[in-house]
Ligand binder design. Structure first.
Ligand SMILES: Nc1ncnc2c1ncn2[C@@H]1O[C@H](COP(=O)(O)OP(=O)(O)OP(=O)(O)O)[C@@H](O)[C@H]1O
Length: 305
């Protein structure tokens, strides 16, 4: 279990992560989703002690990463697949890592097999493709047979077969009761891989819920409602329930979420408000996600209203 509490990380006057709190649970795959620059890598680096929090805390199974006696056996992390000594072979790289943790050669062979690197294990890492580098990074993360896995953009550079492999591997590891936390900037990818999503936008958490709920939220269709009395209609619509939003798109146009067109029509009629347009609009998954994350702060205040 990873517990992130009120974590803030600033670089100079740039706040990369802004008071985030989340719990990553064992037994499920948790996706960490957010556009580039949202603060995912910074959070992951803080989990393994590479970035020191400006304030707040992160623990893995109740302890800070550095306080674990053999961190590699506790937490396996893929953070930057390129940060590998390029002159070494994949096998020697893993062997050197294993040696520092008292991990035997047989485990090195095991992780090489698990990650499909047998044919290139004796080749120098410098010549590896991005995809092979990712596999090697995942092999290194698995070396200590850790209870917790943190993978930053693990499918980056992988071909479709590799993407499928990561999906199956992470599901398998979670089914063994491990904590699996992986990041991506692609919602479509995470929707197929993760059980639970933590969505980050501009350093803040904008959703922390099962995938199905986040999908429903992100793909929730809106209704375009045009009326000369938009300002009168909006409060009557939002009075219908806490999840209803009615945002003015133009002076006489509302974008309404959380109510079906029929109900909007009824409410307008009861109030004697004429409608000039009532059009359902369904956003595509990626469009909705971009919208969700682009204006993280505004969105947050809308959903929590
Ligand atoms: N060492 C650093 N010094 C200064 N700014 C940094 C540093 N590391 C990250 N940042 C900034 O903090 C913000 C969050 O970066 P981070 O890498 O955590 O985002 P991310 O969600 O992982 O994005 P990506 O998918 O691009 O890696 C960005 O604006 C980034 O430029």
């Amino acid at each position: 279990m990873i517990e992130i509490r009120e974590l803030t990380k600033r670089f100079g006057d740039k706040t990369a992560v802004d008071r985030i709190t989340a719990t990553v649970r064992p037994g499920v795959v948790t996706g960490f989703l957010g556009p580039n620059g949202a603060g995912k890598s910074t959070t992951m680096r803080a989990i393994v002690g590479l970035d020191r929090p400006t304030s707040g805390s992160v623990t893995v199974n109740g302890k800070r990463y550095a306080d674990h006696a053999a961190p590699l056996r506790e937490v396996g992390a893929l953070l930057d697949a390129k940060a590998i000594h390029t002159g070494r072979t994949a096998y020697n790289h893993l062997l050197a890592m294993a040696a520092t943790h008292g991990i035997g050669k047989s485990r090195v062979h095991e992780v090489i097999a698990m990650t499909g690197l047998e044919s290139v294990a004796k080749k120098r890492v410098g010549g590896f493709s991005l995809g092979m580098g990712q596999r090697l990074g995942i092999a290194a993360a698995l070396l200590g047979d850790p209870q917790t896995l943190i993978l930053d953009e693990p499918v980056n550079g992988l071909d479709p077969e590799g993407v499928m492999w990561v999906r199956q591997l992470t599901r398998h590891l979670a089914s063994q009761g491990r904590t699996v936390f992986l990041s991506s900037h692609l919602m479509s990818e995470m929707a197929q891989t993760a059980d639970h999503l933590v969505v980050l936008g501009r350093g803040r958490i904008i959703a922390d819920a099962p995938v199905s709920e986040v999908l429903a939220l992100a793909t929730g269709s809106a209704v375009r409602v045009r009326t000369p009395l938009a300002a009168d209609l909006a409060p009557r619509l939002t009075a219908e329930g806490g999840s209803v939003t009615a945002s003015p798109a133009e002076p006489d146009l509302l974008s309404v979420a959380g109510l079906p067109p029929a109900r909007i029509g009824e409410l307008a009629m009861h109030a004697g408000i004429v409608l000039h347009e009532l059009t359902p609009v369904s956003a595509s998954l990626e469009d909705a996600y971009l919208e969700l994350t682009q204006d993280a702060v505004e969105y947050h205040s809308e959903v929590s209203r």
